[in-house]
Design a protein around this ligand. Sequence first.
Ligand SMILES: NC(=O)c1ccc[n+]([C@@H]2O[C@H](COP(=O)([O-])OP(=O)(O)OC[C@H]3O[C@@H](n4cnc5c(N)ncnc54)[C@H](O)[C@@H]3O)[C@@H](O)[C@H]2O)c1
Length: 316
Amino acid sequence: MEIEDIKNVGVVGAGTMGHGIALNFALAGYPVILCDINDDILNNALKNVQKALWLFVEEKLIEKAEAEKAAGNISVTVDLEELSRKSDFITEAIVERSEDKRQLFNRLDSNCPPETILASNTSWLILSDFASDVKRQDKIVITHYFAPPHIVPGVEVCGGPGTSPETYDLACRLMEKTGKIPIRLRKERTGHVINRLQDAMRHEANILWAEGVASAEDIELGIVTTCGFRMPFEGSMKHFDIAGMWRWPKDVLENYAEKEANESWGLSAELVSKTRSRYAEGRPWFMDPDQYENEVEKRDRDLIRRLKALYRNKKE
Ligand SMILES: NC(=O)c1ccc[n+]([C@@H]2O[C@H](COP(=O)([O-])OP(=O)(O)OC[C@H]3O[C@@H](n4cnc5c(N)ncnc54)[C@H](O)[C@@H]3O)[C@@H](O)[C@H]2O)c1
């Protein structure tokens, strides 16, 4: 299947994620069938779609006419067979229960034309957990959106043991075509990449709170006004580079590496030296050293704009 062959999209599950995923496809011009188990849920999903579109128009992201067109691209049904017959690419966003996803994937596999691609929005499961009975192993993939899925740009894309490179590539291109940025996972891992990273921080925050190091409110404030404030510009790979750590004296770096390798962080000395060996040579490991000054300036400009917005919001 080529990207042009995807003409109709199906979304199963119209809750928090499903209605936003459907909206994202609809905004990109795809006719979308949204399916759930009863009409009340579907009506509520349509209301949420309208609310989201109204906000986009209010914030001048799109024109009113575009919003009307996007809303017109979404139809709803409780009939999974109808969705199966009519969709070239289906993503499920139903309850995060392995057995439910297994049953749904098997039903879609039996009902859909052979070329239809089946995707899952699972947060923590992997295809090997629930899709092993599916016959079209080459045409299944995870596209993991982040709430709110019609706004957050990154989507993790992950295959299973049988996913073909064509399906994987097509899923990535479909994400790009619908305004998303694919984050390419090379192998299955429970929680994928980003939820594992988020959970590592949450885990530590909970420990610090439970130990009484700071109040829940101050931990939250600390995240949002420090590392979280910088995060639109730097993630954990870039952070130490842009902080200029590669210019630190060797003994200080060694001290740091020792701390990182300590038992509580569970890192092997080998792993630490792998990421730190460039620092020992006086070079950043992630960034281009020739771009360092430019990147620092870009970051500072970006942060100043965010700071202005913060103060503007405080005054309002
Ligand atoms: N909420 C988030 O922030 C978030 C973020 C990323 C991924 N996810 C994942 O997305 C999926 C959905 O999460 P959610 O938060 O939107 O859940 P939700 O409870 O808001 O919505 C799930 C919807 O699926 C419907 N449903 C359940 N079984 C169904 C079936 N067999 N056929 C049709 N519809 C069915 C339910 O009626 C419900 O409306 C989960 O796998 C979750 O892990 C959630």
